[in-house]
Design a protein around this ligand. Structure first.
Ligand SMILES: *[C@@H]1O[C@H](CO)[C@@H](O)[C@H](O)[C@H]1NC(C)=O
Ligand SMILES: *[C@@H]1O[C@H](CO)[C@@H](O)[C@H](O)[C@H]1NC(C)=O
Ligand SMILES: *[C@@H]1O[C@H](CO)[C@@H](O)[C@H](O)[C@H]1NC(C)=O
Ligand SMILES: *[C@@H]1O[C@H](CO)[C@@H](O)[C@H](O)[C@H]1NC(C)=O
Ligand SMILES: *[C@@H]1O[C@H](CO)[C@@H](O)[C@H](O)[C@H]1NC(C)=O
Ligand SMILES: *[C@@H]1O[C@H](CO)[C@@H](O)[C@H](O)[C@H]1NC(C)=O
Ligand SMILES: *[C@@H]1O[C@H](CO)[C@@H](O)[C@H](O)[C@H]1NC(C)=O
Ligand SMILES: *[C@@H]1O[C@H](CO)[C@@H](O)[C@H](O)[C@H]1NC(C)=O
Ligand SMILES: *[C@@H]1O[C@H](CO)[C@@H](O)[C@H](O)[C@H]1NC(C)=O
Ligand SMILES: *[C@@H]1O[C@H](CO)[C@@H](O)[C@H](O)[C@H]1NC(C)=O
Length: 362
């Protein structure tokens, strides 16, 4: 049988990538800031359990807690984490601006929690804290911080401060400040306590989110062409868009994707070299084409991984080109300008047929 296994793998990659390029559920950018799935800035995009706020006038994202909001300073969707800027310590006092709302309180019914990468410093604490498991000794990092940070010098006159690494069950959902406990706090992500305070990062609190389940649906019309609305076996009365057979749910991209891993040991070449080349091809083409939408042949070949081109036959290069042009078609902004899945499949079959016919001749 004449199908070139390498082409089949290219095809699988191409289809995955074409599928991932369009998702109805991703939110538009907030100003210049990308809003990755599953985060949601409106009821019509993202996953509604992952609500954040877009301040459109400043183009900045804001993280809502139970009674307050905090600016989002970074988002890393691949590890499902974001960082927020903690409340500042008010001038001429040792009190954080969010004392009135008791600091950072997360709604425990939502899929966000505080990661164990945070070192929390509690300042201006009452004696109650001395019986807590926190480190409130005179060598605690909070003293190091206060003694070396002019902006919080007021806290030097508040004798009790404590530090701890977040992530315990009692701190997964709150960094609490109150009159009967501590009145100020700050937080540092991945702090190396051996560094001098002048080398510490800016105050920041890291929050992680639980992998999103498939989107909730009322009917099939809420699901895209790759999934079917059906009952969620783990939650009675909830329906979700479950990926159709042969596809799987990718909680990072928020789409159904083809498994790149080959299912047929006879039909694929899974040597590591190839994996690297294919990754190069898919990312090179993907990034290059998405960035510039160029369609000129030379440029198209420029973005193909150089390692892949080296040693490729003219036929293989032609095939890559053909698949590349097809991919450009799939990236068209308007739906009516994009080929349908059926047309794509036919086109790929045609390309493969030509390639394998020529291979047979040689
Ligand atoms: C998923 O569905 C969308 C819209 O129906 C379609 O454009 C895309 O090609 C599909 N992706 C896959 C991997 O089937
Ligand atoms: C977005 O970026 C453009 C170009 O870098 C800049 O001119 C514009 O002010 C930015 N807009 C916002 C809201 O940050
Ligand atoms: C957006 O940010 C500006 C400047 O920080 C602020 O004045 C405004 O109240 C914010 N708008 C919303 C809706 O939060
Ligand atoms: C500590 O907090 C109390 C209660 O809010 C406040 O009155 C006091 O001024 C704070 N101490 C310092 C040194 O700022
Ligand atoms: C949060 O807001 C609710 C409703 O406004 C209020 O009842 C509650 O006391 C507030 N909690 C805190 C900690 O501020
Ligand atoms: C917490 O989140 C749940 C789930 O979205 C919501 O029903 C509830 O009202 C929230 N609680 C508060 C106090 O906001
Ligand atoms: C408190 O923290 C300091 C500085 O990290 C450390 O040297 C000390 O051993 C800690 N003490 C306790 C009781 O954990
Ligand atoms: C916090 O979230 C992570 C992953 O999102 C989860 O594994 C962990 O169990 C959560 N922690 C708590 C205390 O809920
Ligand atoms: C596809 O990949 C996912 C995640 O790697 C795996 O759980 C699933 O079993 C795979 N599906 C098939 C049909 O191999
Ligand atoms: C490819 O992987 C399959 C299953 O993991 C294995 O059985 C097969 O021997 C591998 N083929 C090559 C060429 O490494």
């Amino acid at each position: 049988m004449g199908f070139n296994p390498t082409l089949l793998v290219f095809t699988a990659i191409l289809m995955t990538w074409a599928g991932g390029a369009h998702s109805a559920t991703h939110c538009p950018p907030c100003g210049n800031t990308t809003v990755p799935y599953p985060l949601s800035t409106s009821t019509t995009c993202g996953d509604q359990s992952y609500k954040i706020i877009c301040n459109a006038s400043t183009g900045t994202l804001v993280f809502p807690t139970l009674n307050n909001t905090y600016p989002i300073t970074s988002i890393t969707p691949s590890i499902q984490r974001l960082t927020i800027k903690p409340s500042t310590i008010l001038p001429n006092t040792c009190v954080t601006a969010d004392l009135s709302t008791q600091g950072i309180l997360l709604n425990q019914s939502l899929p966000f929690n505080v990661t164990s990468s945070n070192t929390i410093l509690y300042l201006n604490c009452t004696e109650n804290l001395l019986s807590s498991p926190l480190n409130c000794t005179s060598t605690s990092l909070c003293h190091t911080y206060v003694n070396n940070t002019p902006s919080v010098s007021e806290c030097e006159s508040a004798p009790i401060c404590c530090s701890f690494r977040a992530g315990g069950s009692s701190t997964s959902y709150q960094i609490r400040v109150r009159d009967s406990g501590c009145r100020a706090y700050t937080s540092f992500v991945n702090l190396d306590p051996n560094l001098p305070v002048s080398k510490w990062p800016s105050p920041s609190l890291e929050i992680q989110w639980v992998s999103p389940a498939e989107p909730v649906c009322g009917s099939q019309s809420d699901c895209d062409g790759n999934s079917t609305c059906g009952p969620d076996p783990s939650t009675v009365g909830v329906n979700r868009c479950f990926c159709d057979e042969g596809l799987w749910w990718d909680p990072i991209d928020g789409t159904c994707v083809y498994n790149v891993t080959c299912q047929d040991p006879n039909g694929c070449d899974n040597s590591t070299d190839h994996t690297a080349l294919i990754a190069g091809l898919s990312s090179g083409l993907g990034v290059g084409l998405l960035a510039s939408r160029m369609v000129e042949e030379e440029k198209l070949m420029d973005v193909v991984d150089p390692m892949l081109k080296e040693g490729a036959t003219t036929l293989e290069l032609d095939t890559i080109k053909a698949l590349g042009f097809l991919a450009v078609g799939c990236l068209e902004e308007r739906r009516q300008n994009r080929p349908s899945m059926k047309e794509v499949a036919e086109e790929i079959e045609y390309i493969i047929a030509i390639a394998s016919a020529k291979v047979a001749q040689t």
